[in-house]
Structure formats: structure tokens, C-alpha cells
Design a binder for this molecule. Structure first.
Ligand SMILES: Cc1cc2nc3c(=O)[nH]c(=O)nc-3n(C[C@H](O)[C@H](O)[C@H](O)COP(=O)(O)OP(=O)(O)OC[C@H]3O[C@@H](n4cnc5c(N)ncnc54)[C@H](O)[C@@H]3O)c2cc1C
Length: 474
């Protein structure tokens, strides 16, 4: 086939009809999940191998054209799409192979385009599991999860995505391939390069393959849904639960009464199984790889203590796998309930877990002062202090009356003043770079900009993400 002139033609020649989708057919890849970002690309490259990824990067590099890696495009900060027209979106979706699990080493090799839920399914029945779980697991891909250092609902027990990566293969902005596909936990041979790529949101290199850690699949689980008077009670209950359940505690999630209302109003597949409503709700899960651990007794005992102490108003232990799934659906549909309610502001906060209730109380006063009546829907991960502090406009109002930036800055300051973070598990992407520039200490900002220059001197790999446009770098 003759190769037409120009980058689009070169990529078409390199990748063939399945591997190159030229504009205007590239529209399905153009916008981010929340439909806030995304300019028309030159086209979408869909390579089928590391060699093809490297060849795409060499061509983009030579042409000085921006390239943006995209996984499942479920990221919430706009990092997987273009901020200017004419660049190339590099989708890893055709590189989705999942290797054979190695039970002796507790590891598996996967390609970056593998979908997280597909990995879970592939491990079913092997006695092993990959412990990362999140609401978008049916679409999010391994490369994107590494790119954002995703957290999810089991992070406090098993760690974030970066803690689960043993080795990486990465294509650098000029097309060079770094083979760091080691399969060991202990590897101190110099700077921790794999750690540098984790959470770099596709701004330093393109992950093509990874070796991931696996854990023994639990043989038994016990789950409970609880209604509590408020978040302070949830924190106190969580503290006791950690002490009693120790290593068996694998899930400790929370959501608000407004969040429950919105989920029940908009998501037909959820139901509320308790007879009493509360000010806060907690989902607890304990699990063990042994049949001998009395999980029901441990959970039941703490529940009884919580009720006697007045911390728990009502609660139910899941009596079946279907009921357990229904409890989790109620928690996981919290973002969807709020999305379907209309405009929203998302803030991905982390504070020390013991200070969650304090943050939520102070933040509510701050929000009320800026926008009286704003509807506050905090939910998230009680176990690690990660609060999705999401807002809906006051009842009857169409928007946030221009308070968005001030709300974001003040909430971020409150979190950092409490020893926390304004970008807990979703990253910075495009949406939080200005916020980060306002809050990052100058030394931190300069180090990150220097790192970006070292890996991507021309600033053509996902420009504008994490450290802003190269011209704005110090
Ligand atoms: C309903 C819902 C629930 C969610 N729940 C959680 C949650 O509990 N915890 C959590 O952490 N996140 C959550 N998220 C956010 C999102 O799912 C995660 O950020 C996820 O890691 C993104 O994966 P992805 O494949 O969709 O990545 P994308 O959105 O495609 O990309 C995300 C970033 O990674 C980069 N990237 C993509 N592929 C690669 C690659 N191969 N190499 C290098 N960089 C790459 C992109 O350029 C971009 O900057 C949720 C999202 C939704 C919609």
C-alpha cells in the first residue's frame, strides 16, 4: 500500500486500517469522561504491540506533534484527551493480553490495555486475586490505572496501584523502549524508575506492559451495611473496628444521607435495606484466606459494641453474595446518583483518617459561607481518609454562581493545612494543574518541571498535564 504524505498518512501506513482512525471518525475518543475537556485529534493510533507504540512515538516526535496516551478514558481530571487540536491520541485498547498467573511468585504480566474487570475475571478460580477495585473497573485499563496511581476501595489494606506494580515496560517520548519488566518486590538498583512513571498521568512515558502483584483469593468474607448518626461516629466505629479486625479488614467505606437520597432517586438498581436512616452510612468488609477465622463473630462483636455505645443506629450483615453485591452497589453508585442530579463539583481530598469528621465539619462551614444552601455529598474511603467531597448547587439553582474556583482553592487549602492532599487518587490531569501551581511549594514545582524536561525535553507527550504547558514551566 503506498504511504500518503504527512503524519496521518505515515501512521495509516504503519498501523493499517484497524490501527489508525483518522478524524472525523476519531470523535468517540475525543472528549473526557465528564465531557469537560478534549479537542479534535489528528486521529487515534491503536497500536497492537510495543514495537508499534515505539514507531508511533518516533513519528510523532519527528513531526513535533503532541501524543496523549488513553486507556479506558474514565479518568476524572481530563488527562487522557487533547487540550489543543491536531495531536494524536494513542489508545492502548488493542494491547489487552493477560498472561498466566504465577502462584509461586504471586505475580502476573499484563499488557497496558487490559481492562481491570477482565483481569479479575481471568483470575477467577485460580486461587489468586488482584486487589484493586473501583467503580469504573469495567472500563478502566491497566495503563490508565498505573498512569493515575488509582486507589479505590481496598487501597488501605493492599495499597494503591503503584504498590501493586512490580515491573514496567515503558515507551519514552522519542520512541525508546525501557524494559523494566522485573518481577520482584525488592529492587533497589538505583532510582525507583517504575515509581516515577506511576501516577505521572502519561506525561513521562507510555506504559505498554506491567508485572503486577497477586494475593491469595479470600476463602470467606463478611460484609455489613451500617447507619450511624454522623461521621464522627463513623470515625470512632472505624477505629474500634481496625483494632478488632486487624489484617482481616479489607473494606471500610462511607457515604452521606444526601448521597443515599440521590442514588435512590436516580439509580433504579439500588435499594436501601435498613429500616432506620442515619446521618452517615458505613460499608464494612472483612475477609480471610483461611476458613478457620471466625469473621462473622469478629464483625458481629464490633457491631454489637457500636450499638451499645450509641455509634450505630442500625445495621445488617450480608446474608448472601447477592446481598453483599447490593451493599457495594449502593456505595459504588454514589457518583452516578450525583451525576444524574445535574451539575456537580468534585473534590478529591485526603486527610488523616482520624480527622475525616473534622474536615467535613470545617468544610461545610466554608462552603456555606461562600454559597449558602450548597448541597454537600461527601463519600469515599473511611479506611484511608480519602473523601470525595462533591457538591451540587443549592436546591432550585442551576449552577454554583461563579464560586467554583474559590470553593476548590479553599477546600484544597483546608486539606493541606490538615496534613492532607487536594489530589488523593484521581491525579491532577488538566483540571487541577492551576490549583497545584497555587498550592505546591516552589521547590516541589521546580523538581516536577525538571523531571518532565528530563524525560520529555520537547514537551510533546501529554502537554499540559501534571506540570502545565512547557512554556509555563519555571
Ligand atoms: C464511576 C467512576 C468511579 C471511579 N472510582 C475511582 C476510585 O474509586 N478510585 C480511583 O482511583 N479512581 C476512580 N475513578 C477514576 C478512574 O477510573 C481512574 O483514574 C482510572 O485509573 C483511569 O483509568 P483509565 O484506563 O480509564 O485511564 P484514562 O482515563 O484513559 O487515563 C488516565 C490518565 O492516565 C494516562 N494513561 C492512560 N493510559 C496510559 C498508559 N498506557 N501509559 C501511561 N499513561 C497512561 C492518561 O494519559 C491520563 O493522563 C473512577 C471513575 C469513574 C468514572
Amino acid at each position: 500500500m503506498p504511504i500518503p504524505a504527512g503524519l496521518s498518512g505515515q501512521l495509516a501506513g504503519l498501523l493499517g486500517p484497524r490501527g489508525w482512525v483518522a478524524a472525523p471518525d476519531a470523535a468517540p475518543w475525543q472528549r473526557d469522561w465528564l465531557d469537560r475537556y478534549g479537542e479534535p485529534p489528528l486521529g487515534v493510533a491503536r497500536p497492537a504491540s510495543t514495537a508499534e507504540v515505539a514507531a508511533v512515538m518516533r513519528l510523532c516526535h519527528a513531526a513535533g506533534v503532541a501524543a496523549v496516551p488513553q486507556g479506558g478514558n474514565t479518568g476524572l481530571c481530563g488527562g487522557a484527551v487533547l487540550d489543543r487540536p491536531g495531536g494524536v491520541i494513542l489508545s492502548l485498547s488493542r494491547m489487552a493480553a493477560i498472561g498466566v498467573p504465577d502462584p509461586a511468585s504471586g505475580a502476573i504480566e499484563v499488557e497496558a490495555g487490559a481492562v481491570l474487570a477482565t483481569l479479575h475475571q481471568a483470575l477467577d478460580g485460580t486461587g489468586l486475586m488482584f486487589p484493586l477495585h473501583l467503580g469504573a473497573e469495567g472500563s478502566a485499563r491497566i495503563g490508565g490505572l498505573i498512569g493515575t496511581n488509582a486507589g479505590g476501595s481496598h487501597a488501605f489494606r493492599y495499597g494503591m496501584m503503584g504498590d501493586l506494580v512490580l515491573g514496567l515496560e515503558v515507551v519514552l517520548p522519542d520512541g525508546t523502549v525501557w524494559d523494566g519488566l522485573r518481577a520482584v518486590q525488592k529492587d533497589n538498583a538505583g532510582y525507583q524508575l517504575r515509581r516515577v512513571f506511576v501516577g505521572s498521568e502519561g506525561s513521562l512515558g507510555i506504559v505498554t506492559r506491567a508485572v503486577l502483584r497477586l494475593f491469595p483469593a479470600p476463602r470467606q468474607r463478611a460484609s455489613a451495611l451500617l447507619a450511624l448518626p454522623d461521621l464522627a461516629a463513623a470515625v470512632a466505629f472505624g477505629t474500634r473496628l481496625r483494632a478488632e479486625a486487624g489484617e482481616f479488614l479489607t473494606g471500610l467505606e462511607f457515604f452521606s444521607d444526601l448521597g443515599l437520597d440521590l442514588a435512590l432517586k436516580h439509580v433504579s438498581s439500588v435499594g436501601y435495606p435498613l429500616s432506620i436512616r442515619g446521618g452517615a452510612y458505613v460499608l464494612v468488609e472483612v475477609a480471610s484466606g483461611s476458613d478457620l477465622v471466625p469473621l462473622d463473630d469478629i464483625l458481629g462483636g464490633v457491631l454489637e459494641w457500636g450499638m451499645e455505645a450509641g455509634l450505630v443506629l442500625d445495621g445488617a450483615l450480608a446474608a448472601s453474595e447477592a446481598q453483599r453485591a447490593a451493599f457495594w452497589r449502593l456505595r459504588e453508585e454514589q457518583p452516578e446518583g450525583q451525576r444524574l442530579e445535574g451539575p456537580q463539583l468534585k473534590h478529591d481530598i485526603a486527610v488523616p483518617p482520624g480527622r475525616i469528621a473534622e474536615f467535613v465539619t470545617s468544610a461545610a462551614a466554608l462552603c456555606e459561607a461562600l454559597l449558602p444552601g450548597v448541597r454537600i455529598n461527601p463519600f469515599g474511603h473511611l479506611g484511608d481518609g480519602n473523601i470525595h467531597y462533591n457538591l451540587s448547587p443549592p436546591q432550585g439553582a442551576a449552577d454554583f454562581a461563579g464560586t467554583e474556583a474559590r470553593l476548590a482553592l479553599r477546600l484544597a487549602r483546608l486539606a493541606t493545612d490538615m496534613g492532607g492532599s487536594f489530589a488523593a487518587e484521581h491525579g491532577l490531569g488538566r483540571s487541577k494543574v492551576a490549583l497545584a501551581d497555587a498550592l505546591r511549594p516552589p521547590t516541589e514545582r521546580a523538581l516536577m518541571a525538571a523531571l518532565k524536561r528530563a524525560f520529555d525535553p520537547r514537551g510533546r507527550l501529554n502537554p499540559g498535564v501534571v506540570v502545565g504547558q512547557p512554556e509555563s514551566c519555571p
